[in-house]
Structure formats: C-alpha cells, structure tokens
Write a protein that binds this ligand. Structure first.
Ligand SMILES: [Zn+2]
Length: 208
C-alpha cells in the first residue's frame, strides 16, 4: 500500500514505477484476484528470493511504499512486508487477523498494483495480527492507526481482494440505500393515496 497519490500522467507512471504486477497486466494481473498459498517452514529458496525482492522494492520506493504483498511481485504466497515503527522491514508470513476493533476509520489509500487510483475504504482502527517470522517463530502484534490500515490492505492482497472491490461494496451499499429510500417514498405515497380514497368514499356515502 502507498499513500493515496494524485492522478499523474500515465506514461510517467509507467516509466518510473518499479515492475509491480498491476491489474492492467494481462498475464499476471489475474493473480491479484486469487488467494495466496501458505508457506511451509523452513522457507524455500524461492520464498527467500521473494523476500529479498520485496526488501529491494521497499528500499527503492523509499517512504512511498508502506507495505507490499508477495503477490504484487508475482509470487502468490502468504508473505507481506511493511515498514515497522523503527523504519525497518517487518516480514509477516502466513498472517491472520485474529481480532479487529469495532471502531473504524476512513482514509485515502493507494495501491502499487492500481497505479493512479485512490480510494477511501473503511478499516478497523486497530487489528491484532498473528503471523510467523521468517525464522518460523509465531508472533502476535496489535497495530493501530495507519499500520492497522496497512495490515488490512496487505491482508486483502493475500485474500485476492483489491481496493476496487471495497469501492464496489461501498457503492453497492449506497445504491441499495438509495433504492430503499425511493421504495419507502413510493410506499408512503401509495398509503396516502389509499387513505384519501377511503376518505372520499366515506364522504360520498355520507352524502347519499
Ligand atoms: Zn495494494
């Protein structure tokens, strides 16, 4: 995940951006919609190579990259890296969110796999993540604020969920809300009409 970015000229993005798998990538793009596979321990050479690549990307992207999932470099296994509080890389392997706060936040997010797109998904304010370190040690940590958002974003990647899907869900909810409001209006109108009709009928009866 990166900070929500301003829309810039696409060509410039293509030239400057390191080779992440993007949704526009006809060959590897579909990987982004598939759940990643868990890693076995000890990690394989391929797992380690992927971690080296992720570390390289974090270094290259400086402060703009807050986290990257393995699938974003074309390796669909349950690994992601994020910037830890001290600036070092925190690798989370086979991670699982074990609890999330009821309190939520809404904030701008960008995704290295969807260049030029920004969205404001609703995320829990804090999450507890259980994961394995590259050495195979199980850890459990609580992330709050922006780090919680990064964890949720990268977990989404491991589950084949993209920012775009969040927008669809939010828009569907909104559309459903609007449709329900309109239906309620129609119902109220019909009820009023029926009541008026009954009154008219009653008045007619009285006159007779
Ligand atoms: Zn992303």
């Amino acid at each position: 995940m990166n900070e929500e970015e301003p829309i810039v000229d696409e060509e410039v993005v293509a030239e400057e951006r390191p080779p992440y798998v993007t949704v526009q990538d006809a060959e590897r793009g579909p990987l982004l919609s598939m759940p990643s596979q868990p890693c076995g321990f000890p990690l394989t050479d391929a797992d380690r190579d992927c971690m080296d690549l992720l570390a390289e990307r974090m270094e290259e992207d400086g402060d703009t990259a807050l986290g990257i999932a393995a699938v974003q470099v074309g390796y669909p296994k349950q690994i992601f890296v994020m910037r830890d509080a001290d600036g070092s890389n925190l690798f989370c392997i086979n991670p699982q969110i074990v609890s999330r706060s009821r309190e939520t936040t809404k904030r701008g997010e960008g995704c290295l796999s969807i260049p030029g797109f920004g969205a404001h998904p609703i995320r829990p304010k804090s999450v507890t993540l259980s994961f394995m370190t590259p050495e195979g040690i199980v850890e459990k940590r609580v992330f709050t604020g922006m780090p919680s958002r990064v964890v949720c974003h990268e977990m989404d990647h491991l589950n084949g969920v993209l920012l775009l899907n969040h927008m669809e869900t939010q828009m569907e909810k909104k559309a459903k809300g609007v449709a329900e409001q309109q239906q309620a209006k129609v119902n109220r109108f019909a009820k009023r009409r029926a009541a008026e009709k009954r009154k008219r009928k009653a008045r007619k009866k009285q006159r007779r």
